[in-house]
Design a binder for this molecule. Structure first.
Ligand code: GLU
Length: 302
């Protein structure tokens, strides 16, 4: 059976971009009769507000999504640590004391914006990572990853050149997104990773980590984003419209209708239910173009 997931970060309430990502992941897996896992990514120390965790969950329920399993990433620490043990045992884990400034000074622009980590500390291999008070990275030199998005885009990279060796644990002891996403998806048996286009550049890194850890490679499908008028991804931090505000002005079917139109699934933003969208869902009908949306205080516009 296919297993899909939606993995929102709990740094705020849901906004239209969050709901679009949830909607497309849900349609993808439900249209295949598969299982749907909701994983709340709540391990970032800045994202751990209890109010947002519960509020976000409530937003997704209000919107009409349903799931077969609910996973809180913060409760998965022992699996994350086991993966660090495995990386250390493979001899690829090293500690890194480089600051952002030193990394920037190396002057290697990254495929994801920012700077490529130049591999300065690769000689600082660790067997016992638990004793380290520094950032931990995985040596991915030599990994030329070939991977295609299901929509046809080539996501292949020479990872160490495109993004640099990924950090897998921060100096403060927290496991990073790149490692946690791989471990949690693999343990949930996820076969289809459907998510926004902004994460496409991380795919090769995640495939490399999966290969090292011996995990199977899922199908990857990246979709359009909703953008702010200045062209940035709609984000909780960019004063976009949080669902608690939207809920004062919209019923769920109206918002589903708006997102269906924004993503090309319906010609106009008229009310529709999730079940109605499911009946004729196909990726062929989902637009590949990002959409700029605005909020006029009462309605979302595109
Ligand atoms: N938590 C990540 C985010 O909200 C998504 C993780 C993923 O889909 O791989 O951006």
């Amino acid at each position: 059976m296919e297993i899909g997931r939606f993995a929102p970060t709990t740094s705020g309430r849901a906004h239209p971009g969050t709901l679009l990502a949830g909607l497309l992941a849900w349609l993808d897996i439900r249209s295949r009769g598969g299982r749907f896992v909701l994983r709340m990514e709540d391990i970032d120390p800045t994202a751990q507000s209890g109010a947002h965790r519960e509020g976000l969950l409530d937003d997704l329920q209000w919107f009409g999504l349903n799931w077969d399993d609910l996973v809180w990433q913060s409760q998965r620490q022992s699996s994350h640590e086991a993966a660090l043990d495995q990386l250390a045992a493979s001899g690829l884990l090293y500690e890194c004391g480089c600051s952002r400034t030193t990394i920037k000074a190396a002057g290697l622009p990254s495929a994801a914006g920012g700077w490529v980590y130049p591999g300065t500390c690769r000689h600082r291999r660790l067997a016992d990572w638990r004793g380290s008070r520094l950032n931990l990275r995985v040596d991915l030199s030599g990994w030329n990853i070939e991977v295609k998005d299901e929509g046809g885009d080539d996501l292949g990279q020479v990872v160490s050149q495109a993004l640099g060796d990924p950090m897998v644990r921060r100096a403060d002891g927290g496991v990073t997104y790149q490692l946690a996403v791989v471990v949690d998806d693999a343990e949930a048996g996820v076969t289809r990773v459907v998510r926004g286009r902004d994460l496409a550049s991380s795919t090769a890194t995640q495939v490399a980590l999966r290969k090292i850890l011996g995990f199977p490679i899922p199908v990857y499908r990246h979709h359009l984003l909703l953008l702010e008028p200045q062209g940035e991804k709609l984000a909780k931090l960019h004063q976009s419209i949080a669902t608690d505000e939207l809920r004062k002005h919209y019923r769920p079917e109206e918002l589903v209708g708006f997102l269906a139109a924004a993503s090309g699934l319906r010609p106009t933003p008229t009310e529709v239910t999730l079940q109605e969208l499911l009946a004729d869902f196909s990726w062929d009908r989902v637009s590949r173009q990002d959409r700029v949306v605005t909020w006029d205080g009462r309605a979302v516009r595109m």
